[in-house]
Design a protein around this ligand. Structure first.
Ligand code: NAD
Ligand code: ZN
Length: 352
């Protein structure tokens, strides 16, 4: 089969021919219907160095995956060949306290897993291929009626990650509150929709690109702003001068963290999702009192079930551009150049 593989750090991935995966006991092979191209892959192929993570190339890219059950390993029950499924991406040990709660993104047993903090497409072979080996049947979530793999694929990360970030801040988002979304790309445009679908907060969105700000408006934002000199004043004015209860930063650069901090409100949350590597000087006067700062990584399996349900009932509509597997590298180049909108989803030619 064909697979788009990262062969070494700081390089473009290459499309190569490899053997079809064969499921061992308890494992499942999925025929890929869609694999989202995430900006994290760009960080992987541009910035990350050997030794930064406890795993590394070679592996097949693609950590946002959905498709159809292709082959079942011995002992797997409850799934049928041909059934549409989403792949839950972070693969933990399955037995620690967090994994038992479905939070394999925060598995606490790095010695029990081959790629701590990773999964398919992040250290192990992912879904930018015709087929993908999923090491445990529990990592598959059957798709609800009405949801196609090509739409479900980006929901497993570009949907799940902002869903988790919003959900943990739900108590701070009653009517009268404000949420600010910084960076309206694959994750950010779904963050706007998730805020709309699950809270009564006013939603303000920030992006450098005019077309991304248009996408934010289409996704339901009340106001969009460019990150220029007036951005802080414009955003604070939209909150009646009080500031934003929740800021979600899907960029993570020095400038966006500073912007998020500058528009935050007493008792608010500033949540860092983007991994551009910016830093923030935390001291007694650098934030309004009782603002909580946190990073978040991906989401839990139960949250993925909720995201898929929201989408199946029409509350989440990812803006998707499909890209043939042969053109996946160009998709990353478009993302790098700032000419991609919403999520690009790589589709093997024989999918469907
Ligand atoms: P994307 O490229 O689709 O979107 C990024 C958006 O940010 C673009 O619209 C871009 O125009 C905008 N942007 C860039 N610089 C900006 C600035 N200074 N101010 C305002 N807007 C700006 O990327 P994506 O796939 O949505 O990923 C977003 C980030 O989240 C990446 O850093 C990615 O690695 C990270 N990520 C984190 C997790 C996690 O679990 N924490 C999961 C997935 C992705
Ligand atoms: Zn990702």
């Amino acid at each position: 089969m064909r697979a788009l593989r990262l062969l070494e750090w700081k390089s473009d991935p290459v499309l190569v021919e490899i053997d079809d995966p064969v499921p061992g006991p308890g494992q499942v092979v999925v025929r890929i219907g869609g694999a989202g191209a995430c900006h994290s892959d760009l960080h992987l192929m541009r910035e990350f160095e050997a030794g930064l993570l406890p795993w590394g190339p070679p592996f097949t890219l693609g950590h946002e995956n959905a498709g159809w059950v292709h082959a079942l390993g011995s002992g797997v029950t409850g799934l049928d060949v041909g059934q549409p499924v989403a792949v839950y991406g972070p693969w933990g040990c399955g037995t620690c306290a967090h994994c038992l709660l479905g939070m394999e993104n925060y598995c606490e047993c790095p010695d029990l897993v081959s790629v701590p903090g990773g999964g398919g497409g992040l250290g192990l072979d992912g879904g930018m291929a015709d087929l993908m080996l999923v090491p445990a049947a529990r990592q598959l979530v059957p798709l609800p009626d009405g949801l196609e793999p090509v739409t479900a694929a980006p929901l497993t990360d570009a949907g799940l990650t902002p869903y988790h970030a919003v959900r943990r801040s739900w108590p701070k988002l009653p009517p009268g509150s404000t949420a600010v979304v910084i960076g309206v790309g694959g994750l950010g445009h779904l963050a706007v929709q998730i805020l709309r679908a699950t809270t009564a907060a006013q939603v303000l969105a920030v992006d450098t690109r005019a077309e991304a700000r248009e996408l934010a408006l289409a996704a339901g934002a009340d106001l969009v702003v460019a990150p220029d000199d007036d951005a802080v004043a414009t955003l604070r004015a939209a909150t009646g001068g009080r500031g934003a209860d929740v800021v979600l930063d899907f960029v993570g650069a020095e400038a966006t963290i500073a912007l998020g901090a500058a528009v935050s409100r007493f008792l608010g949350d500033v949540t860092l999702v983007g991994i551009a590597g910016g830093t923030f000087p935390f001291n007694f006067f650098s934030l309004p009192y009782e603002v909580s700062l946190q990073s978040t990584y991906w989401g839990s399996r139960p949250e993925l079930v909720e995201v898929l349900d929201l989408a199946a009932r029409g509350h989440l509509r990812p803006t998707v551009t499909t890209v043939p597997l042969e053109e996946a590298v160009e998709a990353y180049h478009r993302m790098e150049a700032g000419s991609a909108l919403g999520r690009q989803v790589v589709v093997p030619a024989d999918a469907g």
